[in-house]
Design a protein around this ligand. Structure first.
Ligand code: SF4
Length: 275
């Protein structure tokens, strides 16, 4: 799953007060959280502008790229290949600055007519995911709006959680995609070996939690958002970044909220939660 709670740690001290066993269980790594938290706080503390928002995401991407780049050399090779897109049929949890940077890059590189077409396509996909948990999306084969012909169309600008998602075994991904429930039960009872790579997931999730913690400490929104739903909102409003910086609740309809269920917690967009 690409979802990871980012809405529960208001400050770095709160994050680090969680005991190490729980941090490990939640796949979070304190040094990474602290580093990205401090970088984010410094960047946003210097100036609160669209450029500083873009900088803090660039910083997290660059830092984690270097850290994971070094570790990847000593890790088992990933099974991920261009054109393999099973994991892109889940909810992707993002922070607002990740969404705002992606929109800026798209607006910088696409003509107005292309943005209009994209906006319509993303809005349609956002409607399709309404009322669905990440499991239901996978079961219904509803892809991220930016998956085109099984390839990520925004690969250089993809969110942090997408960057940390690597598989060790394509057969595990296929089993999850084709028979999610049985596969997840197998992972839970130990009969199936979950084969996502732990280190990149832990690094990128920790970076995202550190970034969200600093945003919240600085009085900005750290709400966890669903990527496609948030992009639908952002593409529709040329002034979205300024509004978000001023505290407008622009992404309220794209929030992911946690719901307890018999099979563990599930995330669902806020609009869906009322359904
Ligand atoms: S942004 Fe790209 S990598 Fe991430 S889920 Fe969407 S298509 Fe896949």
């Amino acid at each position: 799953m690409q979802v990871q709670a980012i809405d529960q740690e208001p400050t770095l001290n709160d994050i680090l007060a969680i005991d190490s066993e729980e941090l490990a269980e939640r796949m979070l790594e304190p040094a990474t959280m602290r580093a990205i938290y401090e970088d984010t706080e410094e960047i946003i503390g210097r100036s609160r502008t669209p450029d500083s928002l873009y900088s803090l995401v660039h910083n997290a991407i660059k830092t984690m790229g270097e850290v994971w780049g070094n570790l990847a050399e000593d890790s088992e090779p990933s099974a991920c290949r261009k054109g393999c897109s099973m994991c892109c049929h889940q909810s992707v949890m993002v922070t607002a600055p990740e969404v705002l940077l992606t929109v800026k890059l798209l607006r910088d590189n696409l003509a107005d007519a292309e943005i209009d077409q994209l906006q319509a396509r993303v809005a349609d996909r956002a409607k399709e995911i309404e009322g669905r948990t990440t499991n239901q999306r996978m079961d219904s084969r509803i892809a991220c709006a930016f998956l085109v012909d099984d390839i990520c169309s925004i690969y250089p600008a993809r969110p942090l959680q997408c960057r940390g998602g690597y598989s060790e075994d394509v057969e595990y991904c296929r089993s999850l995609f084709d028979d999610r429930e049985t596969t997840q039960q197998g992972v839970a009872d130990g009969s199936v070996d979950g084969r996502y790579m732990l280190i990149p997931k832990m690094l990128y999730d920790s970076a995202q939690v550190g970034m969200a913690g600093a945003l919240k400490a600085e009085g900005l929104s750290a709400d966890p958002l669903e990527f496609t739903a948030a992009m639908a909102v952002a593409l529709a409003d040329p002034n979205i970044t300024e509004k978000w910086l001023q505290g407008w609740p622009v992404f309220d309809g794209a929030r992911l909220v946690r719901q307890a269920s018999a099979n563990g917690d599930q995330y669902i967009t806020e609009a869906d939660a009322a359904v």
